[in-house]
Design a protein around this ligand. Structure first.
Ligand code: ZN
Length: 418
């Protein structure tokens, strides 16, 4: 899958400190120690609707993490998937009377444009489910052969006797290690997040679907002993991460709504396939973004879309600044003031950068670096730049090259082009 163009990343003198982030599985802010290459896996979109601020917040947060890791001297290997075959996509295409492939193609294209506009560094590996089918089939087959997966009677299968495949959670004692949730908390969200607790024949209500055999009118792929069908949701990320990062990789990222079941299941399935533990050394999650008192979500229809703001002529850098003004672990709401505040900030920074001299760049560059390394504290980084801009605009133009250095730091570390 083609990703999108890589923005240029200016050089900034010096280097950032070791990066610390909040790891959901341990519940602690921990220093990442990835070695020379940091492996970053961020769960991608299901392409049935346009990018809203919740998604944009996620991809900008992990872009910030990638920038902080690069600044700390690591190479970053970034992998992202696209769930380009799954129930929500097929259901939306059916509802709208369009081909599911055409819907996916259009929405992936729009996502690429949004990411380019927001100056998000693209993944090195950007893969859809469809093009990852050989790895997924290989992994599900391996789980069947080792007895960790089992078949369930499937009366509505297109081929009589064909059976869906499920993962037996009782076979892996690390189940629960990512979320730390108890069974009651898991059961409370499983069905609304794509699970099928009521499915007859499962050994445990929470066992995740690995392979869904072909049904009438649904897309399907040949899969040898598994029979024609398509994968469950979680196995795609297991298979893609194992193939393109190996485990343990440094960080798995996504929205908090992916903690369970998606990240839990991706990790436990990987444990069933390998002897390596854990799946990722840290699991980092972006808090939900709301609108008018509710979580922004497709099902509720209360979306602020990046593409719509762009069409209205909003500077994408103001959108990025609006996102960075909120810490990734704090839930927040998009309001009418959100964008105005970001536009004012952008304006004040641009004014400060347009003079003949500027206030000393060294303290502000150090402050941005230390804020980002401290659990991606982007609001603190913006506040530091605000103070520098205010000092410069108030007449401190003591450093001839100051504006250039700060502009490069804002671009390289915060991804804001001025
Ligand atoms: Zn995923």
């Amino acid at each position: 899958m083609i990703s999108w163009p890589t923005p240029s990343i200016p050089a900034v003198p010096g280097a950032g400190p070791a990066v610390r982030v909040h790891d959901t599985s341990s519940g602690q802010v921990r220093e990442l120690a990835p070695g020379p290459v940091a492996g970053l896996y961020v769960c991608g979109i299901t392409p049935y609707d346009a990018t809203h601020m919740g998604h944009a917040a996620t991809y900008v947060t992990f872009d910030l993490l990638g920038r902080a890791l690069r600044d700390a001297g690591h190479e970053v290997r970034y992998v992202q998937n696209i769930t380009d075959v799954d129930d929500p996509l097929l259901e939306r295409a059916d509802r709208d009377g369009v081909e599911w492939t055409a819907l996916a193609t259009d929405e992936i294209e729009l996502f690429r444009e949004d990411m380019t506009a927001l100056a998000v560094i693209p993944p090195d590996v950007y893969l859809g489910v469809v093009e990852s089918m050989p790895q997924i089939i290989r992994d599900v087959t391996a789980l069947c052969e080792s007895g960790i997966a089992y078949a369930v009677e499937t009366p509505d299968a297109l081929t009589p006797g064909a059976r869906d495949i499920y993962f037996d959670l009782s076979r892996e004692d690390c189940f629960g290690a990512v979320s730390g949730w108890d069974r009651e908390a898991m059961m409370a969200v499983f069905a609304e997040r794509g699970g099928d607790p009521e499915r007859a024949g499962k050994r445990d209500a929470l066992d995740p679907l690995l392979w869904r055999v072909e049904r009438q009118g649904e897309p399907a792929w040949d899969a040898g002993v598994l029979g024609r069908g398509r994968p469950g949701w979680h196995i795609e990320c297991t298979a893609i991460a194992l193939e393109h990062l190996g485990i343990p990789f440094t960080v798995q990222g996504g929205g908090t709504d992916l903690i369970f079941p998606h990240h839990e299941m991706s990790a436990v399935q990987a444990a069933g396939l390998t002897d390596e533990r854990p799946f990722a050394t840290a699991y980092v999650h972006q808090a939900m973004v709301g609108l008018h008192g509710e979580k922004m979500s497709k099902s509720k229809g209360n979306l602020v879309l990046v593409s719509r703001l762009r069409r209205d002529g909003v500077d994408p850098m103001a959108i990025r600044l609006a996102l960075l003004a909120h810490h990734y672990r704090t839930e927040w709401e998009w309001t009418d003031d959100t964008l105005d505040e970001a536009l004012q900030r952008l304006d004040s920074w641009r004014k400060a950068l347009s003079g003949n001299g500027a206030a000393d760049p060294e303290p502000v560059v150090a402050a941005i670096r230390s804020a980002l390394a401290n659990d991606l504290d982007s609001p603190a980084a913006l506040t530091a730049v605000d103070a520098w801009a205010a000092a410069t605009s108030a007449g401190d133009e003591s450093q001839v090259d100051g504006a250039g250095v700060v502009a490069r730091a804002i671009d390289a570390l915060l991804g804001v082009r001025l």
